[in-house]
Design a binder for this molecule. Sequence first.
Ligand SMILES: [Zn+2]
Length: 331
Amino acid sequence: MKNLDKLPKIELHVHLDGSVRIETAMEILNKDIDDVKENMIAKKKCIDLNEYLTKFEYPNRILQTKENLERVAYELAIDLKKDGVIYAEVRFAPLKHLQKSLTKEEVVESVLKGLNRVDIKTNLILCMMRDMSIDDNKEVIYLAKNYYGKGVCAVDLAGAEAIYKTENFKELFELARRLNIPYTIHAGEADGKNSIISALDFKTTRLGHGIRINEDNSLVDEIIQKKVLLEICPTSNIQTNVVDKYDDHPVKSYYDKGILVSINTDNRTVSNTTLTSEYKYLMDNLDFSLEDIIKTNKYAIEKSFLTEKEKNVLLYEYENKLENYLKNIYK
Ligand SMILES: [Zn+2]
């Protein structure tokens, strides 16, 4: 497909810390390219999610000052725009960036400042972390409440799913619901159906990955009926060894069954990918047509954490840009 990079795109699942540019890390950490690549790009096949997560140590070292947070967010916004993205929900865990005495407000504001320097619509999803205490994670929900509608649209739960089980975080989502903060939950990636059952019990409207939904057919029926969207990240799933190779990825069968799926990069640097590349993999290996890809983008708009009014505006913009794109590729 010609100029797939120009196709308008929506991205709902991309981590700021997993998307630090290699050149930026080299400059800030004063390391050579081989060292930085080795430490920030995961192997095509890791043993599991835990090995994949070791690639976040360098980004974490970098993202401890206002300047670096702003710069990395700014550069990510540029990269998103270059990839054809017209709306992104960028996520990161504010509590991981307090090692050099920034306040969590300063962390959020620095990231917003960076994103807002580029003319692309974005919102932040603040991640709670599985390896942090319930009380600390509650702080993230209150933080999201403070910035809700002012650059923050939701919270998430991220981290080592197989070690810290989803079922243990119930009260966090009760609090988020009470405060009217939307949320998504990483579930059904490193852990299987029980994690998804918990996330659905917590009334999530989206699942980060949810790729292991096929472990239980009744769950497939349930998410179709409840219109829960799966934030699918194909390359990341292969790296974390949840899926063997692109041909084996279940995303097409989910899509064909009527599950709402959106396509995402997860981590642009750690997974060494772009949305343009992910779409190519799906078209080359899984028989996705351009129309299918467009439909997943419309699902993403529908299940984004924007207000209804904002969704209508975004859909209108998407349709316009799409029309232009199609005119250009078929002329
Ligand atoms: Zn993720």
